[in-house]
Design a binder for this molecule. Structure first.
Ligand code: SAM
Length: 337
């Protein structure tokens, strides 16, 4: 290959360490199969930048940054084939395109399969997330399996994107919430999906309950609890969380409640307050206009808590931009009886 090829760089996730820690770091990452062989390790300003395949799986304590890294000779990216850069993210061996134009999507899928990316399936978004289960339609453009193993902060999730909701983009946010969990917690996830909050919370020693009305999500949640060695601390229930809480005995049980159903979480606040013990933190997700992203949620929580609890907002956190002028936010709110 020509020198030009070798000089091409790309912004990729890297672990940055002082130069003297380089070999130990590279070895630690290689042991976890995280070193990205498609880009070169580089040195700049006395620091070594080790490209990684999955930044979310890098163990705590390492500094993950985006760094312009040289593409290795012989590696071909989709953009090398196309002459333009398609928008995509990776979930295990599935490459997820975000292309509106079907012809561009078709060309991008062919290029992905021809490229050096380790892809078995290429899909394009064919609808927004929809209905109660928040599952999207997909155009499967190459391969045929929509099930993948995704790694996130040391946990492993088996997920079928045609059957359940899952977004790798929320990894950092989940890590922020789970970082607050300890072994004393009773952790209740009202809309648990395949377990991306429940499993890492259980790994921190908490007793966890996850509920979902999508039977496939509950199946994957149980499977993922087994895979990550925490099945003894995880209970999964299938059904509308309001019915589950009516049926089971969880009143006053929880020290932490996660409510990640941003468009309609307010409809479930009465149930969340029922679950709350004497001291309980709600992690309440919402989508609101940027002019007042936290006010409506805070008001709804105060109303649901009534006189029974003191309400303290501990964090008002912007998760991401959702649409023009609309924000996806999280309120961490402590209820104290
Ligand atoms: N927490 C998971 C995550 O971060 O990947 C899933 C979040 S997804 C936005 C919302 C989930 O809530 C979906 O899996 C959906 O099936 C479930 N759901 C929707 N309405 C529900 C209800 N009334 N009771 C229980 N689960 C519900």
């Amino acid at each position: 290959m020509s020198d030009d090829r070798d000089r091409r760089t790309e912004p990729v996730p890297c672990v940055a360490v002082p130069r003297e820690d380089g070999e130990a770091t590279r070895a630690a990452l290689a042991e976890r199969d995280l070193v990205d062989g498609d880009h070169r390790i580089t040195v700049a300003d006395g620091r070594l930048y080790v490209p990684v395949t999955d930044p979310t799986a890098v163990p705590d304590g390492f500094d993950v940054v985006t760094h312009e890294s040289p593409v290795r000779e012989g590696q071909t990216l989709p953009e090398d084939i196309l002459g333009w850069a398609p928008t995509y993210e990776r979930l295990g061996r599935i490459v997820i395109l975000d292309e509106d134009d079907p012809e561009r999507a078709r060309a991008a899928a062919d290029a992905v399969m021809e490229s050096s990316l380790p892809a078995e399936t290429v899909v394009n978004r064919a609808s927004k997330v929809k209905g109660e289960t928040r599952v999207r339609d997909w155009d499967v453009l190459a391969g045929d399996g929509t099930e993948a193993v995704h790694r996130e902060y040391g946990c492993e999730f088996l997920v079928d994107i045609a059957e359940v909701y899952f977004s790798p983009r929320l990894a950092t946010e989940r890590h922020r919430v789970v970082g607050q969990v300890d072994a004393e917690d009773h952790f209740f996830d009202m809309f648990a999906g395949v377990g991306p909050f429940v499993i890492p919370a259980a790994k921190r020693g908490a007793r966890c309950v996850g509920v979902d009305l999508n039977p496939a999500a509950v199946r994957y949640l149980r499977e993922n609890a087994e895979r990550n060695g925490v099945a003894d601390r995880v209970t999964a229930h299938e059904g509308d969380v309001r019915a589950v809480v009516d049926r089971e005995d969880y009143d006053g049980w929880a020290s932490r409640v996660v409510m990640n159903l941003p468009h309609s979480a307010d409809e479930f606040l009465e149930t969340a307050v029922r679950l709350a013990g004497d001291d309980c933190v709600l992690h309440y997700y919402d989508i609101q206009h940027e002019d007042d992203p936290f006010g409506p949620g805070e008001g709804a929580i105060r109303e649901a808590a009534g006189d029974a609890y003191d309400v303290t907002v501990e964090t008002r956190h912007e998760v991401r931009s959702y649409a023009p002028h609309e924000l996806n936010v999280c309120l961490d709110v402590r209820l104290t009886r």
